[in-house]
Ligand binder design. Structure first.
Ligand code: ZN
Length: 257
């Protein structure tokens, strides 16, 4: 698939997909990969309110996939991928507020490479896995760290509404090798908090897809959150959080109460 940027936005109260060419977004009749003819221009990219560039049936997340992050929580790197879910109801797009919860006193950012599935797959090998990918975007695996420590299952800590910012757009056409060497950064109010490189992942995206697809069918639009590098830290009302994945984009979200 060619290198391109795709966005979701709202036109006359209807969510729709668009393709970015220059600074103009053109409407598509359906989700990418858009074999459909490019439609009319919707507007200039910087003027459009963007939605999350994926509509997952599930968000499969990986714990401790960077050794340095496991170490900061004094945890071992797992021998097999450590999986958990975030619900689709936790997804928000760029610029939408992350809303804190009175249930937690320690909500933290986790900057991540998010991989979006392009075609249904089950039991694919690691060699086949990248062929099932539609593209990548930036993700923030927002986590109530105190609740994660309290609960043996992480559904509550990871599952609050607004705890899965994705965006600002979907980038297609990156090779598996290109995606294996991208800086993953988080800034809070402009100050760098996290920096890692996708090359430091314990399990590569292709290995993760192979592992997950041996358990469950992955559907188009499903999102794999590939884990976070070291440097997670609390966020507070009024903060501005940015997740940047090199060559992909910058996902910005304010924090609200
Ligand atoms: Zn995470």
């Amino acid at each position: 698939m060619r290198k391109a940027r795709f966005v979701r936005t709202t036109v006359k109260d209807n969510a729709c997909w668009g393709v970015v060419e220059g600074d103009v977004v053109y409407r598509l009749a359906g989700p990418p990969p858009a074999e459909q003819a490019r439609g009319e221009p919707i507007g200039r990219l910087e003027e459009l309110a963007l939605l999350a560039p994926a509509t997952p049936t599930k968000i499969v997340c990986i714990g401790r996939n960077y050794a340095a992050h496991a170490a900061e929580h004094k945890a071992e790197v797992p021998a097999e991928p450590l999986l958990f879910f975030k619900p689709p109801s936790s997804v928000i797009g760029p610029d939408a507020p992350i809303v804190l919860t009175p249930q937690s006193e320690q909500v933290e950012h986790e900057s991540e490479l998010a991989v979006v599935i392009g075609r249904r797959c089950r039991d694919v090998s690691a060699d086949e896995a990248w062929g099932c990918v539609l593209g990548v975007t930036c993700g923030n695996d927002v986590t109530a760290r105190d609740l994660q420590r309290q609960d043996s299952q992480w559904t509550r800590a990871k599952g609050f509404d607004t705890f899965c910012p994705l965006g600002p757009w979907l980038v297609t056409g990156l090779s598996e090798d290109e995606v294996a060497d991208l800086e993953v950064v988080c800034r809070v109010n402009g100050e760098e908090r996290q920096r890692g490189n996708t090359g430091e992942m314990v399990f590569s995206p292709a290995q993760l897809i192979a592992y997950i697809s041996a358990i469950m069918t992955l559907e188009p639009g499903d999102v794999i959150m590939t884990g976070t590098p070291a440097g997670v830290s609390p966020i507070f009302e009024g903060d501005d959080v940015e997740v940047e994945v090199e060559g992909v984009g910058i996902l910005k979200n304010p924090v609200a109460w």
